[in-house]
Design a protein around this ligand. Sequence first.
Ligand code: GDP
Length: 436
Amino acid sequence: MSGEKCFFILNKIFEPKNKQGLENIKGYTIKYGNIIDNGEIVDEVLVSYFKAPKSYTTENMCEINSHGGNIIVRRILEICLKNGAQLAEPGEFTKRAFLNGRIDLLQAESVIDVIHAKSEKEAKTSIKQLKGTLSKEIAEIKQYILDIMVSIEVAIDYPEYDVDDVTNEQIVTMLETVEEKLLKLEKSFDNGKMIKEGIKTAIIGRPNAGKSSLLNAILKEDRAIVTEYEGTTRDTIEEFVTINGIPLKLIDTAGIREAKDEVEKIGIAKSREIAKESDLVIAIIDSTKELTSEDKEILEIIKDRKSIIILNKIDLEPVLQEKDIRLQESSKHIIKISALNDIGIEKLYQEITNLFNLNEINFDNEMIITNIRHKNLITKAIENVKKTKSTIEEKMPLDIIAVFIKDILEDLGNITGEIVSEDIINEIFSKFCLGK
Ligand code: GDP
């Protein structure tokens, strides 16, 4: 419970074992006792106390830890409601933390990301945002603009000082620095998106090349965290796997599995379609057979795509050599594996890591944008920086330039939520789960 009446309600339903009065209980303490309803003991519980302003919401807060189980938890909830509490909306605790000014909107949004994180790297990035590193960066950029805005306002209000020329130069320098910083943030979204959504990966190859064996080898990895998703297209299943911290979204995994049936085999057209919507294509070729026309078509499909060629079944007598593939495709990396015997899979992960420069992303020091709302606002701010620059080039009066600069400030303010509309706030918090 959070809010003005929370201790008042707690007092009516909770009896600490040592009968200590509320006024003597400090914040950040846990008390042992009973939840009482009409004189009846409902459960033995532990209650944590947080006194305003030192709590998640900055309000008085308490948390009741019961023995758990549906019946008791429900009963305690009902007792709280009966005594004057209101059921929280999804995300209401975090929303209050935001509305009470303890965290900004960007940090509140990162709470959802921490909860929903599918990989360690995503969680790490979200925690960093929650701690406010990105907010600080945005605040610094804003401050930089505001410092110049002060001079502009002076120049507008006191034209007799004739500081125009100096200010124009200053403005351009400021805009260029701001643009550079914003472009860097905008670019970080490439990595941010990859961390959040995973690298969309397709495995293609002709029938019996070993697609489903490779899929199984990847999925059965001890360290793989697997989540099944309904795919974006009908009847497809996407699986999210994290291996060595690499988030992969394997697309059309159902298609690969169902292709067991001869009639259902994934054709070249379908492979082309899947390859088109992926960030990475793994083309698998059977090393115990001569290169077929179908293999050649597969190699053709991956030509202009980020892709890796796999020569499978190396545990058997080889018919096909790396150099035979090189005749068709000279530049791609070729990895030899045995999907059935788990040989060479590590090399595949290494190759993916290299291909996407995953080792080069510095999760500790780099600022990474993972949220599309933030990304869009940064893009908008960059456009407004450009517009401002052209108003200066067109020798517009200072008060016009000032209007454009204010637009940049507004875009940045929208990210951290200083001037954001209620609709957007509601939409953001509706994505939270109850109790967060
Ligand atoms: P798909 O049609 O491309 O999905 O191919 P599968 O994964 O179903 O493999 C076709 C056949 O090749 C199956 O009998 C597999 O057991 C076999 N196979 C797949 N990978 C290997 C491998 O690395 N070594 C050997 N010896 N057999 C393999």
